[in-house]
Design a protein around this ligand. Structure first.
Ligand SMILES: Nc1ncnc2c1ncn2[C@@H]1O[C@H](COP(=O)(O)OP(=O)(O)OP(=O)(O)O)[C@@H](O)[C@H]1O
Length: 744
């Protein structure tokens, strides 16, 4: 199931004026609730963009309405064993904290207190309906990720260690080590704990928000349902992300700037993860920030709701468009719905040398690799390794059990059950993101890596190792293909990158590892051909390696290449000569689009780089009818390992003459009218075209959104949009000729 993305437009604040409102909600034809956000083009106020979501909440929408429609229906699922993740995303001052936490009065309570209230109500109902046979326990974990460090919000700030809590991989799953788990039996108790913990959260006044959250806050509610025979655990994770900030508008001081750059960096990585997921890349850069590593969006199983918070005014124009673009991409992420099956209760003596997980006395289900598609089962007792230390762990996403023989012994209600290493299993390929060799490898290799003491790696060695592999890979790729947005890495290279990541993790407490991390990220971007991002990461790494000539030379080369790319004319480079790190040759058609995009893209800190890496070529030819994909008038980057298509095929009959198509001024009125409708990005207008339903209209608008301000200039480009194709274009035109009376 896809991530459910809903947008919420906050009301005007005291100092904001009605005349500055530019964001509005619209209803699709036939619908009763708004599902479209409309915003004018920053370039041309007469044009506007529309973005479709599952729902859109207007300025006057109440906390109750949002909760009742979006969150309340998920509570039942939570008790059926599904995990639930709720994100609030949006730039600073748009109402994320208001949405998640809300105010003090009953009416102003946000999603989190309402969710807890609903959970406690359901707990009571279940206990009552089962006449006490089922007991439900609720426990909380609450932490913030501040400047890429994890802090327990149930601990007072003075107890924090500067480096924060460590996070570790446990069989492919990320856990925060040492979090407090607070059992919490009533709503009142929750309110006290939550209020107290929120006072520990890092907030500050900025120019854009008097109470700006300077950290990402994650509240995890663990629900344990215990019957005589079984224990079922599910989790609700509520995430109030810090808002992205355009520091040209915040006037932030030095301290705020450091926070802001950490926030922007993590959100930049989040956007990159979403981008990589959309491109079905074999590698998702989760590890490039702690936030993405912990959240692992898209790897979680269960229900995910993202609330996109928007400010209605012009002051946020570019930020809003940037957020809308991000959210449009997020809604395409598929998340598998896998329930946490109940674990059969069994007697296992508490191990003397281990500590419980967050003080919980009930059994936790064995940790399962995130990539596993099935639930994990309780271990066979003989396989348990005595004395092995369970990790005191937190995970945003659920533990599940693996299939296999079950042990069904009884134990008393509060008998401590322990998870052991023997209960864990190696990763299986994810059903959602088919190939994740990195995770699979990591899972399988983890134990041996931690057991064997490896020789210390110097940074020079690490660099040399990576550089050698990268060079080999680039050379190999240069011969093979013209570049791809997500080149598959060889197993060996992948393994080495993973090893390096793990070594960096091992040095996590050492501040110097930060430089190595930047270096690693730079290499990863480099491999993916994302020059601008690679350059940025090298720049971030530079202060850690002052005077390193090799690094300086790398940056210089990248700068030159990026400059050359920007200045590159629209000439066609023969595919086999192109390196993967260079942009593949783009067509005459698409080149101006890309160039235009560069000049008009909103200047968000965390977006600028990615746009250089993005390639706005249309989807692979297989998505389209051959007659269009093969046309001479637009050459797209050939896919690797595919022979270039012959370019002699004629276009279908409806096509404008090639010269006319190249010159929109001379297009037929019908074609011009069709393109005008398409370029309006108005879902309603596009949906009204013949042969285009709501889904296709949404897909077209999504494609256009990804092209930012670029427009579709001819029918061929239109036919190349994902999910369109020649027949659809033909239908659209035919429909137009009938409905608007063009006589040709
Ligand atoms: N739906 C709403 N109704 C009334 N006031 C709102 C609403 N949404 C936001 N606000 C107000 O807008 C201001 C900013 O909201 P909030 O602090 O929640 O933003 P934020 O997105 O969490 O910002 P940051 O990322 O900086 O923490 C607050 O004064 C809040 O009360």
């Amino acid at each position: 199931m896809s991530v459910r993305v809903v947008a919420r437009i906050r009301p005007l604040l005291k100092q904001e004026l009605d005349k500055d409102t530019i964001v509005s909600a619209e209803t699709l034809d036939g619908d009763t609730v708004p599902a479209v956000v409309r915003i004018p083009s920053p370039k041309n106020g007469a044009e506007s963009f529309s973005f479709q979501f599952s729902s859109v909440y207007e300025q006057d929408a109440t906390q109750q309405q949002l909760f009742d429609a979006e969150i309340s229906p998920t509570v039942k699922q939570l008790f059926n064993g599904l995990d639930l993740s709720i994100f609030a995303h949006g730039c600073t001052g748009t109402g994320k904290t208001h949405t998640m936490r809300g105010g003090k009065s009953l009416a102003e309570r946000g999603v989190i207190p309402r969710l807890l209230s609903a959970i406690y109500r359901r707990c009571k109902k279940i206990e009552k309906d089962s006449a006490g046979a089922t007991q439900v326990d609720v426990a909380l974990e609450y932490f913030e990720i501040y400047c890429d460090r994890v802090y327990d919000l149930f601990e007072p700030p003075e107890k924090r260690t500067p480096s924060g809590l460590p996070i570790r991989d446990n069989h492919g799953k990320t856990v925060v080590v040492g979090l407090t788990e607070k059992p919490c039996t009533t709503l009142k108790e929750f309110e006290q704990l939550y209020d107290q913990a929120n006072m520990n959260r890092s907030t500050s006044a900025t120019k854009l928000n008097a109470h700006s959250s300077r950290s990402h806050a994650v509240l995890c509610v663990k629900i344990t349902q215990t019957t005589e025979d079984t224990i079922r655990v599910s989790r609700a994770s509520c995430i109030d992300l810090a808002g992205s900030e355009d520091n040209r508008r915040t006037d932030n001081n030095k301290e705020r700037l450091v926070e802001s750059s950490a926030i922007n960096k993590s959100l930049f990585v989040l956007a990159q993860c979403v981008e990589a997921m959309n491109k079905k890349a074999s590698r998702i850069p989760y590890r490039e920030s702690k936030m993405t590593r912990i959240l692992s969006l898209g790897q979680n199983k269960g229900l995910t709701v993202m609330i996109l918070n928007l400010a209605p005014t012009r002051a946020y124009h570019l930020d809003t468009i940037s957020s809308l673009n991000f959210a449009s991409r997020t809604k395409k992420i598929e998340v598998a719905e896998v329930e946490n099956d109940p674990v059969y209760r069994t007697i296992v003596k508490p191990l003397a040398t281990t500590s419980g997980i967050g003080g919980a006395t009930l059994a936790r289900q064995p940790l399962r690799p995130l990539t596993a598609a099935h639930n994990a089962n309780i271990p066979e007792p003989e396989k348990q390794k005595k004395g092995e230390k369970p990790i005191k762990a937190f995970s945003v996403y659920s533990d599940s059990r693996k299939s296999g023989p079950r042990v069904s012994n009884l134990t008393s209600q509060n008998q401590g059950l322990r998870r052991t290493e023997g209960s864990k299993r190696a990763a299986e390929p994810s059903s959602t993101f088919a190939s994740r060799p990195a995770k699979t490898f990591r899972a399988a290799d983890n134990t041996s890596r931690t057991r064997n003491a490896e020789p210390a790696m110097t940074k020079e060695l690490i660099e040399a190792l990576i550089a050698q592999k990268v060079d080999e890979k680039l050379a190999e790729k240069a011969l093979q293909d013209a570049g791809t947005t997500a080149p598959a890495l060889s197993a060996e290279l992948q393994k080495r990158l993973d090893d390096l990541e793990n070594r960096i993790d091992a040095k996590e407490e050492d501040g110097k590892s930060q430089g190595l991390q930047f270096l690693l990220m730079a290499k990863q971007h480099h491999i993916r051909g994302e020059d601008a991002s690679a350059l940025r990461m090298y720049q971030l790494a530079q202060p850690f390696f002052p005077g390193n000539a090799k690094l300086d030379a790398k940056m210089k080369t990248l700068e030159d290449r990026i400059r050359a790319k920007r200045e590159e004319p629209t000439c066609h480079i023969p595919a086999p000569l192109a390196l993967p790190s260079q942009p593949a040759p783009i067509s005459n058609l698409m080149a101006p689009l890309k160039a235009e995009k560069k000049t008009t893209k909103p200047k968000m800190d965390y977006q600028d780089d990615s746009e250089d890496d993005e390639e706005f070529g249309p989807p692979p030819p297989s998505d389209h009818e051959e007659s269009y994909a093969s046309d001479n008038s637009f050459k797209f980057k050939p896919k690797p390992a595919r022979k270039p298509k012959k370019t002699t095929k004629k276009l279908p009959i409806f096509r404008d003459d090639a010269d006319l198509a190249a010159n929109p001024v001379e297009q037929t009125p019908r074609t011009s009218h069709l393109l005008k409708i398409i370029n309006s990005r108005d879902v309603n207008q596009i949906k009204a075209l013949k042969g285009v339903g709501a889904k296709k209209a949404d897909s077209i608008v999504s494609c256009l959104v990804e092209m930012d301000d670029a427009e579709i200039l001819d029918l061929e480009s239109l036919a190349m949009l994902k999910g369109v194709g020649g027949k659809t274009v033909d239908n659209m035109r035919m429909g137009l000729s009938i409905s608007i009376g063009y006589d040709f």
